[in-house]
Each structure stands twice: as C-alpha cells, then as structure tokens.
Design a protein around this ligand. Structure first.
Ligand code: HEC
Ligand code: HEC
Ligand code: HEC
Ligand code: HEC
Ligand code: HEC
Ligand code: HEC
Length: 372
C-alpha cells in the first residue's frame, strides 16, 4: 500500500512539473475544469425526499423556479443553478456557479445579466435590453422574430438557454444539454467539435476562456477578459448549410459573430453587410479587420490598450493567452464589440448608452472611431 502511495505521489509530482513547464514555456493547452463535489448537491434521483420535491437547489420563492423533475436529474433547471443569487458567482459545495441573473452591484459576468430585462437590476424593466429567454417568464413584447433571420422565420421569438430553440449545447431536434458540465474544458478552446470543448458550451464556437482566479467568467479589464474568435471575412450565404449541419445548427466559421449570425443572418453575412469586406458598407461589418491605418490605428489611444467597453476578436487559432493590447491591421470587429450576449442595462442590448455617444465625445463607438 505504502509503495503504491509513494509511486502515485511521484507520478503526481512529475505531472505537476510537466504542467508547470508548459505554463513557463507558454505552449498552449486547454485546462480541464470539471465541476466537483457531492452528487446530491446537484442531482436528485427521484425528485423526492420525505415526500417533498428536491428540485431547485437555490433560494426558493423565485418566479422561474419550477418544481422539477429536470433533465439530467439536476436539482434545478438552468436558472435554478445559474440564477439563484445576489452575487455574480455562487458557491455550491465545492463548485462555483457563474450567475446570469442576479442583483450584484459589483458587476456582471461577461455575458451580461438577464435581470436588466425584468428591472430587478439597472434603470428599469425593458424587453429591448436583452434576449427574452423563455426561462425568465417574460415574453418579448415588441419584436416578433429575430431581426435579420431567414424568412419566413421559423424561429421562436422567445428563445431558450439550450436545445433547438436555444444557444448553448447542441441545437437540434430533441437535444438537451448533456455530457457537458462534467467535461468542461477551460482556457484555449480551439477544437469546438463537441459542446464541452466549445467556447462556453456554444457548440462550434472557438475562443479563450478567462480562468484567472477571481476574474473567471469576467471581462474585467485589459488584463482580465475572455478572448473571442473572429475571422477576416464574415460567412458568405452559400446556402442553408452555413448554419444547418448534420449535428444541428452551428456557425460553420466557428466565430462568435458567426454564432450570433445563425439567428441574425443579414447582420453578419458578406451579402448582408454590402457584398464585400471593404468600405463602403451597408450594415456595420463584423469579422472584418480593424484597419491598421487612419483613425483605427489609434484604437483606444496611445498604446492601443484592449478596452472591455469595445472589445475586438482575434483570428489566431488557438488563442493561447489573454493579451492586453489590440493590434489594428490584425484584430477584427465583432458583434460583442458593441453588444452584450444575454442582456445589458441599455436599449438594443448595447454595451453603452448609445444616446450619450456624440461627436467629439469619448467611449463606445469612439474607442475605434477615434477621429469622430
Ligand atoms: C445543478 C446545477 C447546474 C445546472 C442545473 C446547470 N448548470 Fe451550468 N454550471 C454549473 C456549474 C457548477 C458550472 C461551473 C463549471 C466550471 O466551473 O467549469 C456551470 C457552468 C456553466 C457554463 C459555463 C461553462 C464554462 O465555459 O465555464 C455554462 C455556459 C452553463 N453552465 C450553462 C448551463 C445551461 C444552459 C444549463 C441548463 C440546460 C445549465 N448550465 C444547468 C451548474 C449547473
Ligand atoms: C456542481 C454540480 C454537479 C455535481 C456535484 C454533480 N453533477 Fe452530474 N451533472 C450536473 C449537471 C448540471 C448536469 C447536466 C448537464 C450536463 O450534462 O452538462 C449533470 C449531468 C450528469 C449526468 C448525465 C450526463 C453526463 O455527463 O454523463 C450524469 C450521469 C451525472 N451528472 C452524474 C453525476 C454523479 C454520479 C455525480 C457525483 C459523483 C455528479 N453527477 C455530481 C451537475 C453536477
Ligand atoms: C444563418 C443561419 C441559417 C441559414 C443560412 C438557414 N437557417 Fe434555417 N434555421 C436557422 C436557425 C437559427 C433556426 C431556428 C431553430 C428553431 O428555433 O427552431 C432555423 C430553423 C429552420 C427550420 C425550422 C426547423 C428547425 O430545424 O428548427 C427550417 C425548416 C429551416 N430553418 C430551413 C432552412 C432552409 C431550407 C434554409 C436554406 C434555404 C435555411 N434554413 C437556412 C438558421 C439558418
Ligand atoms: C437562437 C437564436 C439567437 C441567437 C444565437 C442570437 N440571437 Fe439575438 N435575438 C434572437 C431573438 C429571437 C430576438 C428577438 C427577441 C428578444 O429580443 O428577446 C433577438 C434579439 C436581439 C437583439 C435586440 C434586443 C431587443 O429586444 O431589442 C440584439 C441586439 C441581439 N439579439 C443581438 C444578438 C447577439 C449580439 C448575439 C450573439 C452573441 C445574438 N443576438 C444571438 C435570437 C438569437
Ligand atoms: C471594435 C471597433 C469598432 C467599434 C466599437 C465601432 N466600429 Fe464602426 N467600424 C469599425 C470597422 C473595423 C469598420 C470598417 C472599416 C473599414 O474597413 O473601412 C467600421 C466602419 C464603420 C462605418 C463606416 C462604414 C463604411 O461604409 O465604411 C460607420 C458609419 C461606423 N463604423 C459607425 C460606427 C458606430 C456608430 C459605432 C458605435 C455604435 C461603431 N461604428 C463602433 C470598427 C468599430
Ligand atoms: C458597431 C457596433 C455594432 C456592432 C458591431 C453590431 N451591432 Fe447590432 N446594433 C448596434 C446598434 C447601435 C443598434 C441599434 C439599431 C441601429 O442603429 O441599427 C443595433 C441593433 C441590433 C439589433 C436590433 C435590431 C432591431 O430591429 O431591433 C440586433 C438584433 C443586432 N443589433 C444584432 C447584431 C448582431 C447579430 C451583430 C453581429 C453580426 C451586431 N448586431 C453587431 C450596434 C452594433
């Protein structure tokens, strides 16, 4: 027994040394960041204990919390685990759960916060502040389909966290999010041929997830943010299969803007932005290079520091680390340069108050359009 223990320990020390040297040499590799802890923290076998339901792990009394049973035998539905707190990260046993619906005044995680739509955080309720997902129980009141989608639109106006009408996981008939949380890969996501090795479980999307300590899941500042994958040209509309694949709907160019484009096609494709990747455009381009000359060359002022107010995407694959600098002539504009993904405190789900951005001012658009 003792020998085995020491052998195991030596193997462990050897492996640690190899991993440490990978860090030091900067060779890219992905981190395995699976959840830990007792099964019962997250699962219920029959959804019954002493004849009471066990579903919904979080604080009770919230409107969206059903009574279960849930897919994959979990104690909550998606918001039952990801929308339970007053803080942006909640601890459950030995696992931390990133929160997408909360009232934490210290900030939101990178995707934004669905609480702005219902007004439980921010300047007041508005459907224009985000994606009215079915799970928040508040139907979209203005739009009747995703702007820019194929017509006649067969997509539901109120989308879901996952499944065929959703964003995370496999987007195909009968699919639920499964086999994913226990295999989650962090850091460089350069494969994206499975949900668990795709960026934030967005099937097909590549990128680099911020794993630095207390900044995990956040776009905090130039040194602590996710890195998004982009391309130097958007998808071209060559037919249905740029989105519909045998594995379900996914962005076949693997970029974050291509992902948004699966539902908002016209706003992303080459045809939609005006026919090619050079000025003049007819819609604001995404997946085109930030020119290395003119006003773009001084992105965010001297030193071109990365701005979490108007972030860019990178075209390297894999993206090996977080960089604090933007390189005009190389990096690309993306949907998330201007928008949040879930919801923000501003109309059109923008990162900033567009009505406050004016010529000669600062912030927002002017971080890239520096001479306006
Ligand atoms: C029983 C609780 C629980 C339920 C239910 C649950 N999650 Fe999670 N989720 C977690 C935990 C814990 C993590 C953190 C994993 C980690 O640290 O890598 C997580 C992480 C995530 C992440 C971030 C992964 C990353 O890249 O870091 C996404 C996206 C996500 N969940 C989506 C969902 C969706 C969509 C649903 C509903 C279909 C769902 N989750 C249901 C507990 C849960
Ligand atoms: C921190 C929360 C958490 C803990 C702890 C946890 N699970 Fe899970 N598990 C989930 C979530 C969330 C899902 C559903 C979504 C998914 O598969 O991504 C899941 C899915 C599963 C699945 C079905 C899909 C798959 O991955 O194969 C099995 C089986 C499973 N868990 C078994 C277990 C067992 C056994 C334990 C204890 C040893 C355990 N889980 C502990 C959160 C947890
Ligand atoms: C830009 C990406 C994109 C393109 C291109 C595209 N679709 Fe879709 N399609 C979607 C999305 C996203 C949905 C929504 C799934 C849902 O909510 O049911 C969808 C839904 C559908 C549905 C409803 C059934 C289902 O699978 O959800 C049909 C049918 C469909 N599309 C047919 C087509 C056909 C035919 C073409 C080519 C003429 C096409 N689509 C091109 C993205 C696309
Ligand atoms: C699964 C389909 C789907 C995907 C993927 C998707 N959207 Fe949407 N989007 C919708 C639908 C449906 C609406 C209209 C309903 C709503 O706003 O709740 C919408 C609305 C919007 C709005 C307007 C909000 C409002 O209510 O006025 C913005 C902005 C937006 N999406 C941006 C994005 C961005 C950025 C991404 C990528 C991070 C994205 N969308 C990905 C389906 C999608
Ligand atoms: C992340 C950087 C970035 C941000 C933020 C940004 N833009 Fe742009 N914008 C670009 C790039 C790159 C181009 C294309 C330049 C080229 O190729 O000539 C562009 C082009 C334009 C054009 C010219 C289109 C043409 O035909 O040449 C206008 C107008 C414009 N942007 C307005 C805005 C406004 C308004 C905002 C804020 C709502 C904004 N942009 C935010 C990067 C950005
Ligand atoms: C340069 C900043 C910028 C970029 C990049 C950008 N948007 Fe927008 N978006 C806006 C602004 C500003 C509005 C407000 C309406 C307008 O000016 O057309 C808007 C509005 C929207 C709307 C709501 C339209 C409606 O009818 O209510 C959707 C949906 C949307 N954007 C999706 C996207 C998607 C998807 C991408 C990437 C393919 C994207 N946006 C890239 C700035 C941007």
């Amino acid at each position: 027994m003792e020998d085995k223990y020491f052998n195991d320990k030596r193997i462990l020390i050897f492996c640690s040394a190899v991993i440490m040297s990978l860090f030091l040499t900067g060779i890219p590799f992905s981190l395995f960041a699976a959840i830990t802890g007792e099964c019962a923290n997250c699962h219920t076998m029959h959804n019954s204990q002493d004849a009471s339901v066990m579903a919904d792990y979080g604080a009770s009394g919230k409107p969206w919390k059903g009574s279960g049973p849930n897919d994959a035998l979990t104690r909550g539905d998606c918001l039952g685990c990801h929308g339970i707190g007053t803080s942006k990260v909640v601890t459950l046993g030995t696992s931390e759960i990133p929160q997408v619906y909360h009232t934490d005044a210290t900030g939101d995680l990178a995707g934004g916060n669905f609480a702005y739509i219902l007004g439980t955080k921010g300047s007041g309720a508005s459907d224009a502040k985000g994606h009215n997902i079915v799970e928040i129980g508040d139907a979209e009141s203005t739009l009747s389909e995703p702007p820019g989608h194929h017509s006649p639109s067969s997509i539901r106006v109120n989308i879901t966290c996952s499944g065929i009408t959703g964003c995370h996981g496999k987007r195909a008939s009968g699919e639920i999010l499964k086999g994913v949380h226990h295999k989650n890969v962090d850091g460089a996501l350069d494969t994206s041929d499975q949900v668990y090795n795709s960026y934030r479980f967005l099937y097909g999307v590549k990128g680099f997830e911020n794993t630095t300590g207390s900044y995990k899941w956040q776009n905090f500042d130039k040194d602590n943010h996710n890195e998004y994958f982009g391309a130097t040209t958007p998808m071209s509309y060559t037919g249905c299969n740029i989105c519909h694949t045998p594995q379900g709907i996914q962005p076949t160019n693997h970029t974050i803007s291509g992902f948004c484009g699966t539902c908002h096609r016209e706003f992303h494709t080459v045809e939609g932005i005006g026919g090619d990747t050079s000025t003049p455009f007819q819609r604001h381009p995404t997946d085109v290079i930030l020119p290395g000359s003119g006003e773009y060359a001084s992105y965010n002022g001297v030193g071109n520091q990365y701005s979490v107010q108007a972030p860019v995407a990178r075209t390297a694959n894999p993206i090996i680390s977080i960089s604090d600098t933007v390189i005009p002539g190389t990096d690309v504009v993306m949907c998330l340069s201007c928008h949040m993904a879930h919801a923000s405190n501003y109309p059109d789900m923008l990162r900033w108050d567009y009505s406050a951005i004016e010529l000669g001012g600062s912030g927002g658009c002017l971080i890239c359009h520096t001479s306006k």
